[in-house]
Design a protein. Sequence first.
Length: 382
Amino acid sequence: MIPVEAVLDAYINANILIVVAFALWSAVAFALRRVGLEHSYGTQLQLLNTVFLAILLSPFLVMLFFAAQSAGVAKGVNVNLSDMVVSHFLNGGFEMNATQFERLLQIRETLITNIANAAGISAWIAISAFLAGLLIGVGRLIYSMYCLQVIVSQSYHLRRFGRLRIRVSDRTLVPFSTRGLWYYHVVIPAQMMGEQGDVLRVSLAHEFQHLRQGDIEWEIILEALKPFFFLNPAFHAWKRRVEGLRELSCDHQVMSRGRIGRRTYCDTLLSVCQQTLRRDRNFVIAVPKVTLVTADRTAIGRGKQSLLEQRINSILDARMLRNPKLVYAGIMIPMTAAVLLTAVAIQRPADWSQDRLTLSTVVNLERLDEINRLSTFGRIRN
């Protein structure tokens, strides 16, 4: 059985990695805007997905790194952040009492121990808050999946292409795509079937592109993890940014084929957006899915500009990236390496290093000095 301390340690590491990855991504996004590559939506979406995949795989890569060190490969390499801080302190980098520094260094260890043993009121508050949020999140996810299943199961089967099912429903106002264990489903509102123009064609092209990009699978992963990271604002910001880039990338990919005009596409977005103003409660909570429009979403880093407004502006000002694979590789490699290096650096030290032994000796000497000082003070008073 896996110890509780190990689970808590891995959970803390995951939260730290998400925060670090989002900070790195914010810097990358700022740099892309500065060099005029803010329209590389598909490349940005691939970067976010790749880095998040690196976060998910980081525990296994860390185990592989330590196993390699145990086998004698790169045995002298030490990138542990805690050991680096201790070394910096011993070299005079911090003006702090050694006992206070050690106490500060052990905050994480103390926190994990207290929560694992449910010691103290703070630990009980943390445990209760996490369990309450987890239960609410899981309950919401289960209910949402049930509502989505009801919409899909009660829809009318229109067409079938391999594993893809096109369905028509009178319980949704917006086209969306989702999937089951084996089949993919694109659900079209019933009122859209009788509309004139290219609304249906644009909607199907948009949802098919979502399937090509693998957006359904990523939405399922993020929704499944949401109850576990509900206290991490970086996770919510990450998910929101992925959702925005997903739509912007999908728009650009559909437009790049040249089969649909810009005005037709924008008119469809506005038309479907008007339908979303008549909200269907069951549809709003039915996740995981990807929709044609989300009218109430504000784009991160764009002030008060809505995602719909940003999508229309990006379509009207469409720019194609010349070397997307080169840009992707040039950013992905260092960014992924930084995340994996952070994953190794934030691990708890397995052994006592020479610097830690030295710090422990200094702390013991300070305590002995304090004891001697108090003893001397007591003898003087007597």
